[in-house]
Design a binder for this molecule. Structure first.
Ligand SMILES: Cc1cc2nc3c(=O)[nH]c(=O)nc-3n(C[C@H](O)[C@H](O)[C@H](O)COP(=O)(O)OP(=O)(O)OC[C@H]3O[C@@H](n4cnc5c(N)ncnc54)[C@H](O)[C@@H]3O)c2cc1C
Length: 394
């Protein structure tokens, strides 16, 4: 009788979702697990603003995060060939798979429509650009004006971190400050920023970036020795480049079990997943549970049983304001903000704890696969997209 050789699962992307998923797959001992990531170290993206401001580090050795037996391949996937069942690597090799977990995360996006932005502004969203920002800041005198573009949570955390380090910061929001938070939380953030000397320009958009200034839509020219772009996220183009079905942004389109609607051997997790075309908010908060659920879906496919539909609820947002402040926005399970928040030093301590918790969960899956719990019960679409198996596309 032929003996079934080990299953091969390739996890593409070693962020919060992919690393946790790789660890959780070890619930079975007959899977060869390969994690493909472009860097040899894990990037703790939620600390990139700290890294940029010099108040923290943002890389961690995979050795302390990955369970035994997982093969880390430092490379980038350039194509998933669903017919040959291989993942093509930038270095030229191919990895064979029975299943792929697609966890390539998200990227910063600097719009080409804003003259000078791509050439001069630097994104906050990725490790390589964060390194460039830190190096640029080290060269800048403390009194040099810095502009942060984007009034969402990443922009706020970045502006606050830099201001607390004594930088002269302007935050250009292009709309209201922190639109996803309640009015009272926004006021609290606004007060903190103002106390720390951050000039918040709410309504105006940046329409041009120059080496020494930004030009706003109302014609104002604000001096800016360094322009940090923290407005908007995109996703890597791997799914589209592989001919897989995606949503408008390029996230892999899946059913409610995170299985690709194009090919049921591909399962998505984290920021790069669009279940039923209705993705969860891009966040570390959602990425880890989605990673766990993606691993469980692959394990169900292997076992020949029906995978569970995703079940996850948000708990709100926690925004750091430097190292000694923050706001904790409470939210309903569908992620809409309630009119309740906490602020102050206690939140700074709480935020630090939640950052550590993200890594703790990954390590816990490494030592005890299948053990990480998460909050459930958030709403999902009444009409989810149909299961992949029914709509395989050649
Ligand atoms: C400054 C900042 C602060 C943030 N703060 C918070 C916060 O407080 N709370 C919160 O919930 N979220 C926060 N976020 C968002 C959070 O970091 C992301 O939502 C989260 O990282 C998504 O996790 P992920 O595993 O899907 O992807 P990622 O963490 O982005 O990991 C994806 C990995 O895949 C790799 N990859 C990409 N393409 C390929 C390829 N072709 N081949 C191989 N590997 C590939 C990437 O290089 C990366 O290592 C913050 C983000 C930033 C930038």
């Amino acid at each position: 009788m032929a003996v079934q050789s080990n299953y091969k699962v390739v996890v593409v992307g070693g962020g919060y979702a992919g690393t946790l998923a790789a660890n959780r797959l070890r619930k079975r001992d007959d899977i060869d697990i390969t994690l493909v990531n472009p860097r040899p170290t894990f990037v703790d993206r939620i600390r990139l603003h700290q890294f940029v401001a010099g108040t923290g580090e943002a890389t961690i050795d995979y050795g302390s995060l990955l369970g035994e037996g997982i093969d880390l391949v430092v490379d980038s996937a350039t194509r998933i060939d669903t017919a040959a069942r291989t993942v093509r690597l930038a270095s030229g090799g191919d990895l064979e798979y029975d299943y792929v977990i697609y966890a390539v995360g998200s990227t910063g996006v600097i719009p080409t429509s804003v003259p000078g932005a791509v050439e001069i502004a630097v994104s906050m969203a990725e490790w390589e650009s964060a390194q460039r920002l830190r190096a640029a800041l080290e060269e800048l005198p403390p009194e040099a004006p810095v502009t942060v573009v984007g009034g969402g949570l990443t922009g706020i955390e970045t502006a606050a971190e830099l201001a607390e380090q004594g930088r002269r910061v302007a935050l250009v929001c292009g709309g209201v400050l922190a639109p996803s938070l309640s009015a009272s939380t926004r006021r609290s953030i606004s007060r903190w920023l103002s106390r720390h000397g951050v000039v918040v320009v709410e309504a105006a958009e940046v329409i041009e970036v120059r080496p020494d200034a930004v030009v706003l839509a109302d014609g104002a020219v604000r001096p800016s020795a360094l322009t940090v772009w923290a407005a908007g996220f995109g996703v890597p183009g791997l799914a589209a480049a592989s001919g897989l079905r995606t949503d408008g942004l390029g996230r892999l389109l899946t059913d409610e079990t995170l299985t690709s609607v194009h090919d049921d051997r591909i399962v998505a997790a984290g920021d790069a997943a669009a279940p039923s075309g209705q993705p969860l908010r891009m966040s570390c908060q959602a990425a880890a549970p989605l990673g766990a659920q993606a691993a469980d879906t692959v394990l169900s496919h292997i076992a020949g049983i029906e995978p569970m539909v995703i079940d996850f609820a948000f708990t709100g947002s926690c925004v750091s304001l430097g190292r000694r402040g923050g706001v904790r926005q409470f939210a309903r399970k569908d992620d809409t903000s309630q009119n309740v928040y906490l602020g102050g030093r206690i939140v700074a301590a709480y935020k630090e704890l939640t950052c550590k918790l993200g890594l703790f969960k990954i390590r816990r899956e490494a030592s005890k696969p299948g053990s990480v719990p998460w909050l459930k019960g958030g709403p999902r679409p009444a009409q989810p997209v149909s299961a992949a198996r029914a709509v395989r596309i050649p």
